[in-house]
Design a protein around this ligand. Structure first.
Ligand code: GLC
Length: 494
Protein backbone atom coordinates (compact mmCIF):
# COMPACT_ATOMS: atom_id res chain seq x y z
CA UNK A 1 0.00 0.00 0.00
CA UNK A 2 1.37 3.38 -0.94
CA UNK A 3 0.60 6.12 1.58
CA UNK A 4 -0.21 9.52 0.22
CA UNK A 5 1.33 11.55 3.04
CA UNK A 6 4.53 13.41 2.53
CA UNK A 7 6.29 12.83 5.78
CA UNK A 8 9.31 14.60 7.13
CA UNK A 9 11.57 11.89 8.48
CA UNK A 10 14.90 12.12 10.26
CA UNK A 11 16.85 8.88 10.43
CA UNK A 12 19.49 8.86 13.18
CA UNK A 13 22.22 6.25 13.06
CA UNK A 14 25.75 5.87 14.40
CA UNK A 15 26.80 4.44 11.04
CA UNK A 16 25.64 5.05 7.49
CA UNK A 17 27.06 3.55 4.29
CA UNK A 18 29.04 4.76 2.40
CA UNK A 19 30.40 7.12 5.07
CA UNK A 20 30.99 4.85 8.06
CA UNK A 21 30.30 1.15 8.40
CA UNK A 22 30.97 -1.73 10.75
CA UNK A 23 27.92 -3.85 9.91
CA UNK A 24 24.44 -4.17 8.45
CA UNK A 25 23.09 -1.14 10.30
CA UNK A 26 25.12 1.10 8.00
CA UNK A 27 23.62 -0.54 4.91
CA UNK A 28 20.09 -0.09 6.19
CA UNK A 29 20.70 3.51 7.27
CA UNK A 30 22.19 4.27 3.86
CA UNK A 31 19.50 2.59 1.77
CA UNK A 32 16.13 2.89 3.55
CA UNK A 33 16.15 6.74 3.34
CA UNK A 34 16.72 6.52 -0.41
CA UNK A 35 13.63 4.34 -0.76
CA UNK A 36 11.54 6.65 1.45
CA UNK A 37 12.71 9.63 -0.58
CA UNK A 38 11.78 7.90 -3.83
CA UNK A 39 8.31 7.38 -2.31
CA UNK A 40 7.93 11.13 -1.98
CA UNK A 41 8.97 11.86 1.61
CA UNK A 42 11.41 14.47 2.87
CA UNK A 43 13.88 12.07 4.41
CA UNK A 44 17.17 13.16 5.98
CA UNK A 45 19.95 11.32 7.75
CA UNK A 46 22.26 12.26 10.59
CA UNK A 47 25.40 10.54 11.89
CA UNK A 48 28.62 11.51 13.66
CA UNK A 49 31.49 12.75 11.56
CA UNK A 50 34.20 10.22 12.27
CA UNK A 51 37.79 10.51 11.10
CA UNK A 52 38.14 9.94 7.38
CA UNK A 53 34.62 11.11 6.50
CA UNK A 54 34.89 13.91 3.88
CA UNK A 55 35.35 17.58 4.61
CA UNK A 56 31.78 18.66 3.85
CA UNK A 57 30.56 22.26 4.09
CA UNK A 58 29.45 23.59 7.45
CA UNK A 59 25.76 24.36 7.93
CA UNK A 60 25.77 25.69 11.47
CA UNK A 61 27.47 25.36 14.83
CA UNK A 62 26.27 25.67 18.41
CA UNK A 63 27.27 24.79 21.97
CA UNK A 64 26.10 21.58 23.67
CA UNK A 65 26.13 21.27 27.44
CA UNK A 66 27.67 18.00 28.63
CA UNK A 67 27.67 17.96 32.44
CA UNK A 68 29.28 21.19 33.45
CA UNK A 69 31.30 21.54 30.27
CA UNK A 70 30.40 23.13 26.98
CA UNK A 71 31.34 21.31 23.77
CA UNK A 72 30.92 22.77 20.30
CA UNK A 73 28.97 20.94 17.65
CA UNK A 74 29.68 21.74 14.03
CA UNK A 75 27.04 20.44 11.60
CA UNK A 76 28.18 19.58 8.11
CA UNK A 77 26.07 18.48 5.19
CA UNK A 78 26.38 16.23 2.18
CA UNK A 79 23.91 14.23 0.11
CA UNK A 80 23.39 10.77 -1.30
CA UNK A 81 21.28 10.16 -4.39
CA UNK A 82 17.96 8.34 -4.40
CA UNK A 83 17.05 6.76 -7.75
CA UNK A 84 13.47 7.52 -8.76
CA UNK A 85 11.16 4.97 -10.38
CA UNK A 86 10.30 7.41 -13.15
CA UNK A 87 14.00 7.96 -13.88
CA UNK A 88 16.41 10.56 -12.56
CA UNK A 89 17.57 11.03 -8.99
CA UNK A 90 16.77 13.10 -5.93
CA UNK A 91 19.28 14.12 -3.27
CA UNK A 92 18.88 12.85 0.31
CA UNK A 93 20.47 15.31 2.77
CA UNK A 94 23.00 13.78 5.15
CA UNK A 95 24.05 15.76 8.23
CA UNK A 96 27.22 15.12 10.16
CA UNK A 97 27.63 15.93 13.85
CA UNK A 98 31.21 17.07 14.07
CA UNK A 99 33.31 17.49 17.18
CA UNK A 100 37.04 16.98 16.95
CA UNK A 101 37.43 15.72 20.50
CA UNK A 102 34.71 13.06 20.34
CA UNK A 103 34.85 11.76 16.79
CA UNK A 104 38.21 12.46 15.18
CA UNK A 105 39.78 9.15 16.28
CA UNK A 106 40.77 5.75 14.96
CA UNK A 107 37.78 3.38 14.92
CA UNK A 108 34.10 4.04 15.44
CA UNK A 109 33.22 2.34 18.75
CA UNK A 110 34.78 0.91 21.88
CA UNK A 111 36.36 4.07 23.23
CA UNK A 112 36.51 4.57 26.99
CA UNK A 113 34.15 7.56 26.76
CA UNK A 114 31.46 6.12 24.43
CA UNK A 115 28.73 7.15 26.87
CA UNK A 116 29.84 10.74 26.68
CA UNK A 117 30.37 10.62 22.89
CA UNK A 118 26.87 9.39 22.16
CA UNK A 119 25.30 11.55 24.87
CA UNK A 120 26.78 14.43 22.94
CA UNK A 121 25.51 13.00 19.67
CA UNK A 122 21.90 12.57 20.91
CA UNK A 123 21.74 16.08 22.32
CA UNK A 124 23.45 17.64 19.31
CA UNK A 125 20.97 15.96 16.92
CA UNK A 126 18.01 17.46 18.78
CA UNK A 127 19.58 20.90 18.89
CA UNK A 128 20.51 20.65 15.22
CA UNK A 129 16.93 20.21 13.98
CA UNK A 130 16.00 23.39 15.81
CA UNK A 131 18.96 25.32 14.44
CA UNK A 132 18.32 24.30 10.85
CA UNK A 133 14.57 24.51 11.41
CA UNK A 134 13.79 21.01 10.20
CA UNK A 135 10.89 19.78 12.26
CA UNK A 136 10.38 16.11 11.39
CA UNK A 137 7.06 14.32 11.89
CA UNK A 138 9.06 11.37 13.06
CA UNK A 139 12.59 10.71 14.26
CA UNK A 140 13.66 7.20 13.45
CA UNK A 141 16.35 6.15 15.95
CA UNK A 142 18.47 3.08 15.43
CA UNK A 143 20.26 1.02 18.10
CA UNK A 144 21.58 2.20 21.44
CA UNK A 145 23.69 5.09 20.19
CA UNK A 146 20.55 7.08 19.45
CA UNK A 147 18.47 5.50 22.23
CA UNK A 148 18.44 8.55 24.47
CA UNK A 149 16.72 10.73 21.87
CA UNK A 150 13.20 9.45 22.70
CA UNK A 151 14.05 9.92 26.38
CA UNK A 152 15.25 13.50 25.91
CA UNK A 153 12.19 14.40 23.84
CA UNK A 154 9.77 13.10 26.46
CA UNK A 155 11.53 14.06 29.66
CA UNK A 156 13.56 17.16 28.87
CA UNK A 157 12.08 18.89 25.86
CA UNK A 158 8.35 18.19 26.17
CA UNK A 159 7.60 21.77 27.18
CA UNK A 160 9.49 23.28 24.26
CA UNK A 161 6.98 23.96 21.49
CA UNK A 162 9.40 23.19 18.70
CA UNK A 163 9.65 19.55 19.79
CA UNK A 164 5.98 18.94 20.47
CA UNK A 165 4.42 16.67 17.91
CA UNK A 166 7.63 14.91 16.91
CA UNK A 167 6.99 11.16 17.14
CA UNK A 168 9.75 8.59 17.65
CA UNK A 169 10.35 5.11 16.30
CA UNK A 170 13.19 3.10 17.78
CA UNK A 171 14.55 0.23 15.68
CA UNK A 172 16.59 -2.54 17.28
CA UNK A 173 19.15 -3.94 14.87
CA UNK A 174 20.85 -5.99 17.54
CA UNK A 175 19.67 -6.21 21.14
CA UNK A 176 23.00 -7.59 22.31
CA UNK A 177 24.74 -4.24 22.02
CA UNK A 178 22.99 -2.20 24.69
CA UNK A 179 25.16 0.75 25.61
CA UNK A 180 25.17 0.16 29.38
CA UNK A 181 27.35 2.50 31.43
CA UNK A 182 27.92 3.54 35.05
CA UNK A 183 25.18 5.56 36.71
CA UNK A 184 27.35 8.69 36.78
CA UNK A 185 26.98 9.03 33.02
CA UNK A 186 23.51 10.48 33.66
CA UNK A 187 25.26 13.78 34.28
CA UNK A 188 26.17 14.08 30.57
CA UNK A 189 22.47 14.67 29.98
CA UNK A 190 22.13 17.18 32.76
CA UNK A 191 19.27 15.25 34.31
CA UNK A 192 18.82 14.14 37.90
CA UNK A 193 18.96 10.76 39.62
CA UNK A 194 15.20 10.40 39.45
CA UNK A 195 15.72 8.73 36.07
CA UNK A 196 17.95 6.08 37.55
CA UNK A 197 15.16 3.63 38.28
CA UNK A 198 13.75 0.51 36.62
CA UNK A 199 10.79 2.34 35.02
CA UNK A 200 13.24 4.65 33.33
CA UNK A 201 16.91 4.25 32.34
CA UNK A 202 18.27 1.96 35.04
CA UNK A 203 19.15 -1.54 33.88
CA UNK A 204 20.77 -4.00 36.30
CA UNK A 205 22.56 -1.23 38.16
CA UNK A 206 23.67 0.63 35.05
CA UNK A 207 22.45 3.41 32.84
CA UNK A 208 21.24 1.84 29.57
CA UNK A 209 21.02 3.81 26.34
CA UNK A 210 19.07 0.95 24.77
CA UNK A 211 16.49 1.28 27.50
CA UNK A 212 16.01 4.93 26.62
CA UNK A 213 14.68 3.79 23.25
CA UNK A 214 12.70 0.82 24.55
CA UNK A 215 10.91 2.74 27.30
CA UNK A 216 10.34 6.11 25.66
CA UNK A 217 9.88 5.62 21.90
CA UNK A 218 6.28 5.84 20.69
CA UNK A 219 6.81 2.68 18.69
CA UNK A 220 9.51 0.01 18.92
CA UNK A 221 10.56 -1.84 15.84
CA UNK A 222 13.04 -4.51 14.92
CA UNK A 223 14.33 -5.89 11.66
CA UNK A 224 12.22 -9.03 11.30
CA UNK A 225 8.95 -10.38 12.67
CA UNK A 226 10.61 -13.49 14.02
CA UNK A 227 13.22 -11.48 15.94
CA UNK A 228 10.41 -9.33 17.37
CA UNK A 229 8.96 -12.55 18.81
CA UNK A 230 12.30 -14.01 19.87
CA UNK A 231 13.42 -11.01 21.91
CA UNK A 232 10.41 -11.43 24.17
CA UNK A 233 12.00 -14.64 25.48
CA UNK A 234 14.94 -15.01 27.90
CA UNK A 235 17.05 -16.81 25.27
CA UNK A 236 17.15 -13.79 22.94
CA UNK A 237 16.01 -10.93 25.17
CA UNK A 238 19.39 -10.17 26.78
CA UNK A 239 17.57 -9.07 29.94
CA UNK A 240 15.01 -6.92 28.13
CA UNK A 241 12.44 -9.68 27.53
CA UNK A 242 10.20 -8.51 30.38
CA UNK A 243 10.08 -4.93 29.20
CA UNK A 244 9.52 -6.01 25.61
CA UNK A 245 6.68 -8.30 26.62
CA UNK A 246 5.15 -5.41 28.49
CA UNK A 247 5.36 -3.26 25.38
CA UNK A 248 4.51 -6.06 22.95
CA UNK A 249 1.55 -4.04 21.60
CA UNK A 250 4.03 -1.39 20.47
CA UNK A 251 6.66 -3.83 19.20
CA UNK A 252 6.81 -4.42 15.45
CA UNK A 253 9.06 -6.20 12.98
CA UNK A 254 9.91 -5.11 9.45
CA UNK A 255 12.36 -7.18 7.51
CA UNK A 256 15.17 -5.15 5.91
CA UNK A 257 15.40 -4.63 2.21
CA UNK A 258 18.50 -4.15 0.11
CA UNK A 259 19.16 -1.60 -2.59
CA UNK A 260 18.33 -3.38 -5.86
CA UNK A 261 20.12 -0.74 -7.92
CA UNK A 262 23.39 -1.24 -6.10
CA UNK A 263 23.05 -5.00 -5.80
CA UNK A 264 22.26 -6.00 -9.34
CA UNK A 265 24.23 -8.80 -11.00
CA UNK A 266 23.23 -7.42 -14.40
CA UNK A 267 24.98 -4.09 -13.88
CA UNK A 268 27.39 -4.64 -10.98
CA UNK A 269 30.77 -3.31 -12.19
CA UNK A 270 32.62 -5.17 -9.44
CA UNK A 271 31.91 -8.70 -10.68
CA UNK A 272 33.68 -10.56 -13.49
CA UNK A 273 30.72 -11.18 -15.79
CA UNK A 274 27.23 -9.64 -15.55
CA UNK A 275 24.24 -11.98 -15.57
CA UNK A 276 20.56 -12.18 -14.72
CA UNK A 277 18.01 -14.92 -14.21
CA UNK A 278 17.99 -15.71 -17.92
CA UNK A 279 21.77 -16.21 -18.09
CA UNK A 280 22.67 -17.98 -14.86
CA UNK A 281 25.28 -20.06 -16.68
CA UNK A 282 27.41 -16.90 -16.62
CA UNK A 283 27.82 -17.40 -12.91
CA UNK A 284 30.59 -19.86 -13.89
CA UNK A 285 32.79 -17.04 -15.15
CA UNK A 286 32.32 -15.37 -11.82
CA UNK A 287 33.20 -18.57 -10.02
CA UNK A 288 36.40 -19.02 -12.01
CA UNK A 289 37.35 -15.37 -11.52
CA UNK A 290 36.82 -15.72 -7.79
CA UNK A 291 38.90 -18.90 -7.64
CA UNK A 292 41.75 -17.15 -9.44
CA UNK A 293 41.55 -14.18 -7.13
CA UNK A 294 41.58 -16.39 -4.03
CA UNK A 295 44.45 -18.59 -5.32
CA UNK A 296 42.25 -21.65 -5.47
CA UNK A 297 42.30 -24.30 -8.22
CA UNK A 298 40.09 -23.11 -11.08
CA UNK A 299 37.47 -25.82 -11.62
CA UNK A 300 33.79 -26.50 -11.46
CA UNK A 301 33.27 -27.61 -7.89
CA UNK A 302 30.59 -26.19 -5.60
CA UNK A 303 31.83 -23.05 -3.88
CA UNK A 304 30.45 -22.09 -0.48
CA UNK A 305 30.82 -18.43 0.49
CA UNK A 306 30.76 -16.79 3.90
CA UNK A 307 30.89 -13.04 4.49
CA UNK A 308 30.49 -11.97 8.06
CA UNK A 309 31.53 -10.00 11.07
CA UNK A 310 33.63 -12.59 12.91
CA UNK A 311 31.80 -12.71 16.23
CA UNK A 312 30.07 -15.42 18.31
CA UNK A 313 26.64 -14.42 17.02
CA UNK A 314 27.46 -15.70 13.54
CA UNK A 315 27.76 -19.40 14.43
CA UNK A 316 31.44 -19.73 13.61
CA UNK A 317 31.90 -22.35 16.32
CA UNK A 318 29.61 -24.67 14.35
CA UNK A 319 31.88 -24.26 11.34
CA UNK A 320 34.95 -24.96 13.44
CA UNK A 321 33.52 -28.30 14.58
CA UNK A 322 32.34 -29.20 11.09
CA UNK A 323 35.44 -28.00 9.31
CA UNK A 324 37.31 -31.26 8.69
CA UNK A 325 34.22 -32.95 7.30
CA UNK A 326 33.61 -29.96 5.09
CA UNK A 327 37.13 -30.06 3.72
CA UNK A 328 36.78 -33.75 2.85
CA UNK A 329 33.97 -32.96 0.43
CA UNK A 330 34.50 -32.01 -3.15
CA UNK A 331 34.02 -28.26 -2.69
CA UNK A 332 35.73 -24.96 -1.97
CA UNK A 333 35.07 -22.60 0.91
CA UNK A 334 35.65 -18.85 0.61
CA UNK A 335 35.55 -16.58 3.67
CA UNK A 336 35.65 -12.79 3.94
CA UNK A 337 35.34 -11.08 7.28
CA UNK A 338 36.89 -9.32 10.20
CA UNK A 339 36.22 -9.14 13.90
CA UNK A 340 37.39 -11.02 16.98
CA UNK A 341 41.08 -11.95 16.95
CA UNK A 342 40.08 -15.39 18.22
CA UNK A 343 38.15 -16.20 15.04
CA UNK A 344 40.59 -14.44 12.73
CA UNK A 345 43.41 -16.66 14.02
CA UNK A 346 41.29 -19.81 13.92
CA UNK A 347 40.31 -19.16 10.31
CA UNK A 348 43.90 -18.38 9.33
CA UNK A 349 44.99 -21.73 10.75
CA UNK A 350 42.17 -23.55 8.93
CA UNK A 351 43.23 -21.96 5.69
CA UNK A 352 46.87 -23.04 6.28
CA UNK A 353 45.72 -26.63 6.62
CA UNK A 354 43.69 -26.64 3.41
CA UNK A 355 45.15 -23.97 1.11
CA UNK A 356 43.71 -25.66 -2.00
CA UNK A 357 40.19 -25.77 -0.66
CA UNK A 358 39.77 -22.66 1.38
CA UNK A 359 40.17 -19.00 0.46
CA UNK A 360 40.38 -16.37 3.20
CA UNK A 361 40.44 -12.59 3.31
CA UNK A 362 40.53 -10.98 6.75
CA UNK A 363 39.33 -7.38 6.55
CA UNK A 364 36.81 -5.26 4.67
CA UNK A 365 36.71 -5.52 0.90
CA UNK A 366 33.57 -4.39 -0.87
CA UNK A 367 34.72 -5.54 -4.30
CA UNK A 368 35.70 -9.00 -3.17
CA UNK A 369 32.41 -9.25 -1.27
CA UNK A 370 30.46 -8.80 -4.52
CA UNK A 371 32.68 -11.33 -6.27
CA UNK A 372 31.92 -13.85 -3.55
CA UNK A 373 28.18 -13.19 -3.78
CA UNK A 374 28.33 -13.63 -7.56
CA UNK A 375 30.88 -16.46 -7.76
CA UNK A 376 29.68 -18.79 -5.00
CA UNK A 377 26.99 -21.43 -5.37
CA UNK A 378 25.92 -21.41 -1.74
CA UNK A 379 26.12 -18.87 1.03
CA UNK A 380 26.47 -20.08 4.61
CA UNK A 381 24.86 -18.27 7.58
CA UNK A 382 24.57 -20.59 10.58
CA UNK A 383 23.90 -17.72 13.00
CA UNK A 384 23.14 -18.30 16.68
CA UNK A 385 20.77 -15.36 16.36
CA UNK A 386 20.21 -12.97 13.49
CA UNK A 387 17.93 -9.93 13.83
CA UNK A 388 17.59 -9.75 10.04
CA UNK A 389 20.73 -10.58 8.10
CA UNK A 390 21.50 -8.95 4.78
CA UNK A 391 23.92 -11.51 3.35
CA UNK A 392 21.13 -13.97 2.54
CA UNK A 393 19.18 -11.25 0.71
CA UNK A 394 22.17 -10.19 -1.40
CA UNK A 395 22.90 -13.87 -2.10
CA UNK A 396 19.37 -14.48 -3.37
CA UNK A 397 19.71 -11.50 -5.67
CA UNK A 398 22.91 -13.02 -7.10
CA UNK A 399 21.43 -16.52 -7.42
CA UNK A 400 23.63 -17.90 -4.66
CA UNK A 401 21.65 -20.27 -2.50
CA UNK A 402 21.55 -19.45 1.22
CA UNK A 403 22.17 -22.25 3.73
CA UNK A 404 20.99 -20.79 7.02
CA UNK A 405 19.95 -21.48 10.54
CA UNK A 406 16.25 -20.65 10.92
CA UNK A 407 16.42 -17.78 13.38
CA UNK A 408 15.31 -14.14 13.26
CA UNK A 409 15.32 -12.66 9.77
CA UNK A 410 16.85 -15.82 8.32
CA UNK A 411 13.69 -17.68 9.34
CA UNK A 412 11.51 -14.96 7.84
CA UNK A 413 13.23 -14.81 4.47
CA UNK A 414 14.54 -18.30 3.67
CA UNK A 415 12.12 -21.14 2.92
CA UNK A 416 13.69 -24.58 3.09
CA UNK A 417 13.93 -26.35 -0.25
CA UNK A 418 11.53 -29.21 -0.74
CA UNK A 419 12.71 -31.63 -3.43
CA UNK A 420 9.24 -33.15 -3.90
CA UNK A 421 7.46 -29.93 -4.63
CA UNK A 422 10.51 -28.13 -5.97
CA UNK A 423 9.68 -25.20 -3.70
CA UNK A 424 11.77 -22.98 -1.43
CA UNK A 425 14.61 -20.53 -1.91
CA UNK A 426 17.39 -22.02 0.21
CA UNK A 427 18.24 -24.60 2.84
CA UNK A 428 17.62 -24.10 6.51
CA UNK A 429 17.93 -25.92 9.82
CA UNK A 430 16.61 -25.28 13.32
CA UNK A 431 18.80 -26.73 16.09
CA UNK A 432 22.07 -24.96 16.80
CA UNK A 433 24.10 -28.06 16.13
CA UNK A 434 27.02 -28.65 13.80
CA UNK A 435 25.77 -32.10 12.80
CA UNK A 436 22.45 -30.70 11.68
CA UNK A 437 24.26 -27.94 9.82
CA UNK A 438 26.36 -30.57 8.01
CA UNK A 439 23.30 -32.59 7.07
CA UNK A 440 21.80 -29.44 5.63
CA UNK A 441 24.92 -28.62 3.62
CA UNK A 442 24.88 -32.25 2.40
CA UNK A 443 21.31 -31.87 1.24
CA UNK A 444 22.27 -28.78 -0.71
CA UNK A 445 25.33 -30.48 -2.21
CA UNK A 446 23.22 -33.44 -3.31
CA UNK A 447 20.82 -31.30 -5.27
CA UNK A 448 23.73 -29.32 -6.72
CA UNK A 449 25.69 -32.43 -7.76
CA UNK A 450 22.92 -34.82 -8.77
CA UNK A 451 20.09 -32.68 -10.02
CA UNK A 452 21.54 -29.78 -11.96
CA UNK A 453 18.20 -28.91 -13.55
CA UNK A 454 16.51 -28.62 -10.16
CA UNK A 455 19.43 -26.57 -8.90
CA UNK A 456 19.15 -24.24 -11.89
CA UNK A 457 15.47 -23.70 -11.15
CA UNK A 458 16.30 -23.00 -7.52
CA UNK A 459 18.83 -20.37 -8.62
CA UNK A 460 16.36 -18.73 -11.00
CA UNK A 461 13.66 -18.76 -8.34
CA UNK A 462 16.07 -17.15 -5.83
CA UNK A 463 16.91 -14.40 -8.29
CA UNK A 464 13.28 -13.66 -8.97
CA UNK A 465 12.37 -13.00 -5.34
CA UNK A 466 11.88 -9.39 -4.34
CA UNK A 467 13.68 -8.20 -1.23
CA UNK A 468 14.08 -4.63 -2.44
CA UNK A 469 12.92 -1.79 -0.21
CA UNK A 470 9.64 -1.48 -2.12
CA UNK A 471 7.66 -3.58 0.31
CA UNK A 472 9.56 -2.82 3.51
CA UNK A 473 9.74 0.90 2.75
CA UNK A 474 5.93 1.01 2.53
CA UNK A 475 5.73 -0.90 5.83
CA UNK A 476 7.98 1.70 7.43
CA UNK A 477 5.65 4.48 6.27
CA UNK A 478 2.72 2.70 7.89
CA UNK A 479 4.74 2.33 11.07
CA UNK A 480 5.66 6.02 11.06
CA UNK A 481 1.99 6.89 10.65
CA UNK A 482 1.15 4.69 13.59
CA UNK A 483 3.84 6.35 15.71
CA UNK A 484 2.53 9.78 14.78
CA UNK A 485 -1.06 8.95 15.70
CA UNK A 486 0.04 7.30 18.97
CA UNK A 487 2.14 10.32 19.78
CA UNK A 488 -0.67 12.74 19.07
CA UNK A 489 -3.03 10.74 21.30
CA UNK A 490 -0.58 10.55 24.19
CA UNK A 491 -0.11 14.27 23.91
CA UNK A 492 -3.84 14.91 24.08
CA UNK A 493 -4.14 12.73 27.16
CA UNK A 494 -1.20 14.48 28.83
C1 GLC B 1 22.70 -6.02 12.69
C2 GLC B 1 22.12 -7.43 12.80
C3 GLC B 1 21.75 -7.98 11.42
C4 GLC B 1 20.89 -6.96 10.67
C5 GLC B 1 21.59 -5.60 10.61
C6 GLC B 1 20.77 -4.55 9.92
O1 GLC B 1 23.96 -6.07 12.12
O2 GLC B 1 23.05 -8.31 13.43
O3 GLC B 1 21.04 -9.18 11.55
O4 GLC B 1 20.67 -7.41 9.36
O5 GLC B 1 21.85 -5.16 11.93
O6 GLC B 1 19.50 -4.40 10.47
Amino acid sequence: MMLDRNLKILLVSSEVAPFAKTGGLADVAGSLPKALTAMGNDTRIVLPRYRGVGDFPTVTDFPVKIGNRIETCVVRESTIEAKLEEGGTKPVPVYFIDNYHYFDREGIYCHHDDAERYAFFCQAVLEMIKQINFRPNVIHCNDWQSGLIPFLLKEKLATDQFYQGIATVFTIHNLMYQGNFPKDCLEYFNVGNEYFQPESLEFYGQLSFMKGGLVYADVINTVSKRYAQEIQTPEFGHGFEGLLRKRSQDLHGIVNGINYHEFNPKTDPRIFRPYDSSSVQDKYENKFGLQREMDLPVKNVPVIGLISRLVDQKGLDLIEVAFDWLMQQELQFVVLGSGDKYYEEKLARMRERYPHKMGLYLGFNGILAQRIYAGSDMFLMPSKFEPCGLGQLISLRYGTIPVVRATGGLADTIVDYNANTDSGNGFSFEPYDSKVMLETISRALQVYNREPEKWRRLVVNAMEQDFSWNRSGAEYLELFDLAISKHTKSFQIA
